[in-house]
Write a protein that binds this ligand. Structure first.
Ligand code: ATP
Ligand code: MG
Length: 332
């Protein structure tokens, strides 16, 4: 998606910065989000994702810089911004209304849905997030995952032009996660732009059209998950097990392919090939063996994860960066 001239930025940040005393939670962030995409903000705990989301949704004010949401400046026209957006908070606020049904019915009212439409949509979304049975439970008795389901349901009922979803499936079980991912995709397909803040690599990878990886309040890289993964030299790995030993000739031919960065011999009949563009190169690899009458017994492919992308740019896994942050060493 990136780079196409006809795509329109619906959100643009300009040196967006938020300081909390001596901590730059968001540090000169320049970022552009396109109309109609699911944009994943991925990063370890403390990277600045929530702070970014809260500034874009006008919940908190930037210390420096600004952001444009739709045509509006979050500093100058916060009320206009609020008309465009919906938000699923990372930490759902304490609810003063008593049951999931009340929360959502009230939210739908505030969003201006007429009575019949409101009833229909609240029922539909409560069913979709598996909370229909629990709709009359006291919110104070809900589990963490159930609270999160109610929180994401608010956005699904509202269908805002721009939806901020901050860790939308944290604490939710695997089946629930998949259902919610599908609903978020559907929201995008119906025309909403989604900003997804997450520290779950898999969630960012499967859901996002583009991902911006944040670290220490800044943006490390930003592109489609595919392009980010392909940007790691030799990031794809193919293991090949042969019936006979590989010959020098075939190894030479493979090494001459520009996509192949390295070949390791696990043993004379087994090779590990580090490469890029695995889908395009594997047929060429197979051809090279077959034309020399070297049958392949098995072939196993693995592609890099977004964690490998993070490692490539920071030297740390997301988990390690998180541990450092927790220990207060993030500035080191
Ligand atoms: N209200 C606040 N007061 C002081 N410091 C804050 C406040 N909110 C956030 N911070 C700090 O700003 C930094 C970024 O926090 P933020 O919540 O934006 O991170 P995050 O990327 O959303 O992390 P997580 O994955 O844990 O949700 C952290 O160092 C955090 O301690
Ligand atoms: Mg957060």
């Amino acid at each position: 998606m990136s780079g196409d001239a006809d795509l329109v930025a619906i959100i643009r940040t300009v040196d967006l910065t938020k300081r909390f005393e001596d901590v730059a939670a968001v540090d000169n962030l320049n970022l552009s989000i396109e109309d109609g995409e699911i944009f994943g903000l991925l990063g370890p705990n403390g990277a600045g994702k929530t702070t970014t989301v809260l500034m874009l949704s006008t919940v908190i004010k930037p210390t420096n810089g600004t952001a444009f949401v739709g045509d509006f400046d979050v500093r100058k026209n916060p009320n206009d911004v609020r008309k465009l957006i919906g938000i699923c908070f990372q930490e759902p606020k304490l609810l003063w209304v008593s049951t999931p049904w009340d929360v959502l019915n009230w939210h739908a009212k505030v969003c201006g849905l007429a009575t019949e439409e409101r009833k229909r949509r609240v029922k539909q979304v409560l069913n979709d997030v598996n909370m229909w049975e629990a709709r009359r439970k006291s919110v104070h008795g809900l589990s963490g995952g159930m609270r999160k389901r109610v929180e994401i349901a608010k956005v699904l009922i509202q269908r805002p032009k721009i939806a901020f979803v901050d860790e939308p499936t944290a604490q939710i079980d695997v089946i629930g996660k998949h259902k919610i991912w599908n609903m978020i995709r559907q929201l995008r397909d119906e025309g909403s732009t989604i900003i997804l803040a997450t520290n779950e690599l898999y969630e960012a990878d499967v859901l996002s059209d583009r991902v911006g990886i944040m670290h220490k309040g800044g943006l490390l890289v930003c592109d489609t998950p595919r392009t980010l993964k392909d940007s790691i030299p030799g990031g794809d790995i193919v293991e090949i097990h042969l019936e006979k030993e590989a010959t020098d000739k075939v190894l030479e031919e493979l090494k001459s392919l520009k996509e192949i960065s390295d070949i390791a011999e696990i043993n004379p009949k087994s090779l590990r090939v580090y490469l890029n563009n695995v889908e395009e190169v594997v047929p060429q690899i197979m051809k090279a063996f077959l034309k020399r009458n070297l049958p392949i017994l098995s072939i196993k492919m693995s592609e890099p994860s977004l964690d490998d992308v993070f490692v490539h740019y920071t030297g740390l896994t997301i988990e390690e960066a998180q541990q450092k942050m927790i220990k207060g060493e993030a500035d080191g």
